[in-house]
Design a protein around this ligand. Structure first.
Ligand code: ARG
Length: 476
């Protein structure tokens, strides 16, 4: 049975009765869009000024309106004003709050705007603001990785491809390899922000307004670069949500790769890293257990981040212009992505900065699995043996060692000569992890010099991020 007309709906004049319960329950979004309230109020303030500029509110009315909006804002922040079950969405709830404060004057603010341009504006503001919070948390994790990397510039480790020992690397270099994707993510957030800085307010439901509004003034007041070029696009466009979710998904993917490595590093089999007790968990039945749950959650949460992106892209696909109610589905994935990253990133940062790296185990593992074989091949190349032959010769040497269960440097002078006329005892000079690392001096490689340079560049880049990550979107 349809309910009697609720007190707070923003529509109803042309309807014979109120909405069915089932419709109301499906339609309601206030339980998740309430977090847009401060942004909606900021946009209302800007809109009120524009209405006054257009002569649609007199000075006294504008003063009352702004005071009521301020009061409503404090009441929301203090939890004194809350949405009720009757409020369909954040816009409905806030209009009720305004009517409670101003009576009929409160009803004037809706002139020239629609929830369609309001919600698009609010969500842009919310995401732009929170992108900075996400960036700050990414910086915190990158800082933790940089700090650990700084301690391990000279710590040798077995570099892997296919999870097989490949070539020795500096463990600091390895940790910095997880910083680079985060630096790109930070760049992506800033690039995204520039595109998201377009204000839809003034587009109304879809066609703009016949009232003399000032979209440029509103855009400026709300921290946007410019008003939208096309009112129909402005209320239809959710590229900024999809793109934001791509970035958060990619951050999730990066964190999952770091997480997976920490899971491996802390396993009994690797034993390269010991987690601080505060950042590890135990088992309810096995008293000896110490688990890397943060790292596993980093791996696992990538799934929900990617899921949010897929949900929004799928919702948008084939959607006719302009606003369709499908678009209400844009908010939960976006909010969830932010919440997820703001939980995950500080935990990961704490885990990384407090973990103990087992330098002894890493150094012992670095040459295992004939990981210095490439050094032999390069040594031959320096003796002008074509690399193709050098590869073959070194392969034969490795096969000999594998059969004899000995290391490359254990092969006798005689046997070296048997493997190839090009091999002589001086090849043993390159058969140390230290020399393999020291020999890598080209930019970006794993030698101590280039790693120190990389550390410096990464740290400078991060510094340039600190300010952006706390810069407020809406100037107060
Ligand atoms: N709550 C809606 C959303 O989040 C905005 C309201 C637009 N509703 C409408 N019937 N035009 O998308």
């Amino acid at each position: 049975m349809p309910e009697t007309e609720g007190p707070t709906r923003l529509w109803g004049g042309r309807f014979a009765g109120g909405p069915a319960d089932a419709l109301a329950r499906l339609s309601v979004s206030v339980h998740f869009d309430w977090r847009l309230a401060p942004y909606d109020i900021a946009a209302s303030r800007a809109h009120a000024r524009v209405l006054a500029g257009a002569g649609l509110l007199d000075n006294d009315e504008l003063g009352q309106m702004l005071a009521a909006l301020d009061d409503l804002e404090s009441a929301c922040a203090a939890g004194e004003f809350r949405p009720t079950v009757e409020d369909e969405d954040v816009h409905t709830a806030l209009e009720r709050g305004l009517l409670e404060r101003l009576g009929t004057l409160g009803g004037k603010l809706r002139a020239g705007r629609s929830r369609n341009d309001q919600v698009a504006t609010d969500l842009r503001m919310y995401l732009r603001d929170h992108a900075r919070g996400v960036a700050a948390a990414v910086v915190e994790l990158a800082d933790a990785l940089l700090e650990q990397a700084g301690r391990h510039v000279d710590t040798p480790a077995p570099g892997l491809t296919h999870v097989q020992h490949a070539q020795p690397v500096s463990f600091g270099h390895w940790l910095l390899a997880h910083v680079q994707p985060l630096l790109r993510d930070l760049d992506r957030l800033r690039d995204w922000d520039a595109r998201a800085a377009i204000s839809p307010l003034g587009s109304g439901a879809l066609a703009g307004s016949s009232l003399p509004l000032d979209p440029a003034a509103v855009a400026k007041e709300l921290g946007f670069q410019a008003p939208a070029q096309n009112s129909m696009d402005a209320v239809s466009d959710r590229d900024f949500v999809a793109e934001f979710l791509f970035i958060t998904s990619l951050i999730g993917v990066h964190l999952s790769r770091l997480g997976e490595e920490v899971v491996l590093w802390t396993s009994q089999e690797f034993g390269w890293v010991i987690l601080d007790d505060a950042f590890a968990t135990g088992s309810s039945i096995m008293p000896q257990k110490k688990n890397a749950d943060i790292a596993e959650l980093a791996r696992g949460k990538a799934g929900r981040l990617i899921g949010g992106l897929v949900a929004v892209l799928t919702m948008l696909k084939g959607l006719p212009l302009t606003y369709d109610r499908d678009m209400q589905e844009d908010k939960e994935p976006a909010f969830d992505a932010i919440d997820t990253l703001l939980l995950l990133l500080p935990a990961l940062a704490g885990m990384i900065s407090t973990m103990t790296v087992r330098v002894d185990r890493l150094a012992a593992a670095a040459p295992v699995g004939f990981s210095l074989a490439t050094e032999v091949a390069d040594w031959l190349v320096r003796k002008h043996v074509p690399f193709r032959d050098a590869h073959e010769i070194t392969g034969r040497l490795v096969a000999l060692c594998a059969a004899r269960e000995c290391e490359l440097e254990d092969v006798s002078d005689e046997d070296l000569k048997t493997v190839s006329e090009h091999l002589d005892p001086s090849v043993r000079e390159v058969l140390s992890v230290r020399s393999a690392l020291a020999g890598r001096t080209t930019p970006g490689s794993t030698g101590p010099g280039p790693v120190a340079d990389q550390l410096q560049t990464a740290s400078d880049k991060l510094d340039s991020w600190r300010e952006w990550s706390i810069e407020p979107v809406v100037p107060r």
